[in-house]
Design a protein around this ligand. Structure first.
Ligand code: PLP
Length: 402
């Protein structure tokens, strides 16, 4: 048993009964019968890839996020790569991004032979701090890669101005933020290019998949070619026009999303409003339930933002706890609450340390990393699931609180 005084029932990690008997994951997909039927219908059709479902999904998705064009990719990472390519990043160029993100955001800059330059985040939202970006921006900057951490839009107005002032692109990694709004406008039609992911933990899934939304027809065309080997027409166009001739005009990849996946995406898109509403309801319940816990800092929401809540990351006020983040994390897992940590700062990964290691520190991001814990957040969570998370957090924090 712990040497600490037991204020409440014993924690599961100390031999008590866990708050729930099965592990609640931090995120998961929801698939209905009609999602499955949509996939089956494509399997029985003429086109398994680059058929009618791809265009239909791209158009409907773009309309939903308020963009003129949508270009689908085989993953969010491939979509980021496409955006870095379309922005013209190459050797000698720099892309500015946040250290507090999934490594793919920075990796896509490296894919193009350019250098990722990290800028620290704002303490409230943990999104790129425009002031830090303005310290790092230079004639070498080709693009700013902003991330909408946890689903809260980045400071898109200030970052957009900074990019424009240098003739650079604002690329928004909105993999967390499908359905979010900034100053009353939907994320997707604001930045030069906005990137989404359809990984199963995200708001909408196609298994693997991604999309770039843009209002710029030329960028959209480059993105379409890039994801199809750099070829300037599609096989279906040629078949329907009775033509065999095609031209490869740039060095692209096979990053296409299948019709099977797009049919699933179309079906899932119908459920996005309900999914978002449920996530916002859960976030409001968490925020209300933890209001009186001084040992926890709940996610901030700025006035101009309407977040999409991919994650609900709390920060521990370690000064008010007798143990560190690791012990709180393990205690919550023992209660069968599938907490997670987002993110290990990108520059701390061995690949980055060994190649680009510098004395540079990012105090806000690094401090946040030592305190962050993501609580379960997905749309099919039941009222009981939400209650279990709240009870477990209150039990664990209450136990270790000074
Ligand atoms: C999920 C995610 C990605 C990568 O998307 P995949 O579809 O898994 O390739 C990139 N950036 C962020 C911030 C993400 O959360």
């Amino acid at each position: 048993m712990s040497a600490l005084p037991t204020k409440l029932e014993a924690l599961a990690i100390h031999g008590g009964a866990p708050v729930r008997s099965t592990l609640l994951p931090y995120g998961r997909q929801s698939l209905d019968d009609d999602d499955i039927q949509a996939v089956v219908n494509v399997l029985q059709s003429d086109w398994l890839t680059t058929g009618p479902k791809v265009v239909e999904f791209e158009e409907r998705f773009a309309a939903r996020v308020g963009a003129r064009h949508g270009v689908s990719f085989s993953s969010g990472t491939a979509a980021l790569h496409g955006a870095a390519f379309a922005a013209g990043l190459g050797p000698g160029d720099e892309g500015i991004t946040t250290p507090l993100t999934f490594c793919a955001t920075a990796n896509c800059i490296l894919y193009q032979g350019a250098m990722p330059v990290f800028a620290d985040v704002s303490a409230d939202t943990l999104n790129l701090d425009p002031q830090e970006v303005s310290r790092k921006i230079s004639a070498r900057t080709k693009a700013i890669f902003a991330v909408d951490f946890a689903g809260h839009p980045a400071a898109l107005d200030e970052l957009g101005e900074l990019a424009k002032g240098r003739g650079a692109f604002l690329i928004e990694d909105a993999c967390h933020a499908l359905g979010a709004e900034f100053q009353g406008k939907r994320v997707g039609g604001i930045a030069d290019m906005t990137v989404f992911s359809f990984h199963p933990v995200k708001h909408l899934t196609t298994g693997e998949g991604g999309m770039v939304a843009t209002n710029d027809a030329r960028l959209a065309e480059t993105l379409r070619r890039f994801r199809n080997h750099g070829i300037s027409s599609e096989a279906r166009q040629r078949q329907e026009a009775g033509q065999w001739f095609y031209e490869m005009v740039l060095l692209g990849f096979n990053y296409r999303l299948t019709d099977i996946a797009c049919a699933l995406g179309l079906s899932q898109l119908e459920k996005l409003p309900a999914n978002l509403a449920r996530r916002r309801e859960i976030a409001a319940q968490y925020t209300e339930a933890f209001r009186d816990l001084n040992a926890i800092v709940v996610p901030a929401v700025r006035e101009e933002a309407h977040p999409a809540w991919h994650l609900y990351p709390i920060r521990l006020n370690l000064e008010m706890l007798a143990v560190g983040r690791g012990e709180v994390f393990r205690s919550l897992r023992a209660e069968n609450i599938g907490v997670n940590v987002h993110y290990i700062p990108v520059h701390q990964h061995p690949y980055y340390r060994e190649r680009f290691g510098s004395e540079e520190i990012y105090p806000v991001a690094e401090d946040a990393y030592g305190r962050l814990i993501s609580l379960p957040m997905f749309h099919s969570m039941t009222a009981q699931d939400v209650e279990d998370v709240i009870r477990a957090v209150r039990r664990v924090v209450g136990h270790y609180g000074r």
